[in-house]
Design a protein around this ligand. Structure first.
Ligand code: FCB
Length: 443
């Protein structure tokens, strides 16, 4: 069983300027809920039956209080960068002013990272929409995009000098589709007529935020983080191929094409009118603001077949699978990166998330997660292959620094390279964390 991570000695991923990092998100680790406004995930967690273990983010990893120790931990892994997100409801008041206490909290973190020479990759929106904005329609209300621009404007001025890179949004697909169409993420709204409308306002919010980031923070690398679940046909049949192409446009290209081509995939015209986004005159130009980088999150692929009633049908995930049930299929990662590179004129790419939930066991203060190490190995290899094929990938972030609140799965799924005991809040670096550390330090 594999306990180390390695790359071919010729790999540019072994260059010192290739950035290795670890990633987290505010709601998933912070806790400190009493020191911020409520967000849609607080409300969702408090709605019975929404989160698998009926848990919430009130304490999470208590990073709100343990951040100093956690930065020591990050530093001990020898990473070049740390990807974190800012909690919008922590730094903005309901009346739209900065909340000094919240800003201070992040400034302390960012200053400490700077002292330690760890680059801060800051995401402005990793799903924790202030509840008062949801009460006003949330992402179904165009106004929310302008509220996001105001927040991005104020916070980027307040954090000036401490951030290496800003991502506007994390995975707008999840916010829009899971949150407003499938209803399995906050705010739990369900209906085909909502998903693309929410998606459009999220993308508009992104473009509006890019405008202020470019102005306030011209020296940071500013972009967006998208997730991709590459679509594969169940068989070689033309019908399955068409189904998987449609699903790819619906779930993946829907978020990429507007950024690079200033238009939605052509399937938009096939959607019933009430499912189409409401597009104002300059929207597509705003959305396609040039990016300094594209963040790519990859975990798995999906397989689709033809369906007589719907455009496609998703097949059950094939083996082998991780503990969250996602198929392990690293070839899709290489194929994704090369196909994006063929389809669009891309800015530099960072892999902003990649990792696996595994059924970890802690024994004598050790977690021997060789299954996670092999996941990382095969996916690092996949990134290496994409680079060999000409894709400009400049960095890789492991999801996640530590076990945390995994959204609708609560605390039942562990994605960390560091184990968290939620009773004691003790952190223990897993074998995968040690292997990652060695890979980085042996460059
Ligand atoms: C991504 C999310 C991240 C984490 C991983 C497992 O979709 O961005 O917060 O939950 O999945």
């Amino acid at each position: 069983m594999q306990a180390t991570l390695s790359l071919p000695s010729s790999s540019t991923m072994l260059n010192k300027n290739f950035i290795y990092g670890v990633a987290t998100a505010s709601f998933q680790i912070e806790g400190g809920a009493a020191n911020r406004l409520p967000c849609i995930w607080d409300t969702f967690c408090n709605t019975p039956g929404k989160v698998l273990d009926n848990s919430n983010g009130d304490v999470a990893c208590n990073h709100y209080n343990l951040w100093e120790k956690d930065i020591e931990l990050i530093d001990s892994l020898g990473v070049d960068a740390y990807r974190l997100s800012i909690s919008w409801p922590r730094v903005m008041t309901q009346s739209g002013d900065l909340n000094p206490e919240g800003v201070h909290y992040y400034l302390n973190i960012l200053k400490r990272l700077k002292d330690k020479n760890i680059k801060a990759f800051v995401t402005l929106y990793h799903w924790d929409l202030p509840q008062h904005l949801e009460d006003n329609g949330g992402w179904l209300n165009r106004e929310t995009a302008y509220k996001f621009q105001e927040y991005a404007d104020k916070i980027s001025i307040a954090l000036k000098g401490y951030v290496h890179s800003y991502a506007t949004l994390n995975e707008p697909f999840c916010s829009a589709y899971l949150g407003y169409e499938a209803g399995i993420h906050a705010p739990g709204i369900k209906g085909k007529e909502y998903g693309k409308k929410a998606a459009h306002h999220l993308l508009l919010a992104h473009g509006l935020a890019m405008q202020v980031l470019t102005k306030n923070s011209p020296n940071t690398s500013n972009g967006i983080v998208l997730n991709f679940t590459p679509a594969y046909p169940a068989t070689d049949s033309a019908a399955d191929k068409a189904a998987s192409d449609y699903a790819d446009d619906y779930f993946n290209q829907w978020y990429a094409k507007p950024l690079f081509d200033a238009q939605y995939p052509s399937i938009n015209e096939q959607l019933p009118k009430d499912q189409q986004p409401v597009i104002f005159k300059d929207d597509m130009e705003i959305i396609s603001h040039p990016l300094d980088f594209l963040g790519v999150n990859f975990y798995t692929r999906a397989v689709y077949s033809h369906d007589d009633n719907e455009k496609f049908k998703e097949m059950p995930a094939r083996e082998p699978r991780t503990d969250i049930g996602w198929e392990i299929y690293p070839d899709a990662f290489t194929a994704l990166l090369t196909s994006l590179n063929e389809k669009y004129i891309l800015p530099p790419i960072y892999i902003t998330e990649n990792g696996a939930a595994m059924a970890d066991k802690i024994v004598d203060d050790e977690v021997l997660d060789n299954d996670r190490i092999s996941y990382y190995q095969s996916h690092l290899n996949a990134v290496h292959c994409a680079i060999e094929k000409g894709v400009n990938v400049q960095g890789y972030f492991a999801w996640s620094l530590m076990d945390n609140f995994e959204w609708a799965e609560g605390y039942t799924k562990r994605f960390g390279i560091v184990y968290v005991n939620y009773e004691t809040q003790k952190r223990t670096i897993k074998a995968s964390g040690l292997a990652y550390k060695n890979l980085i330090s042996n460059r």
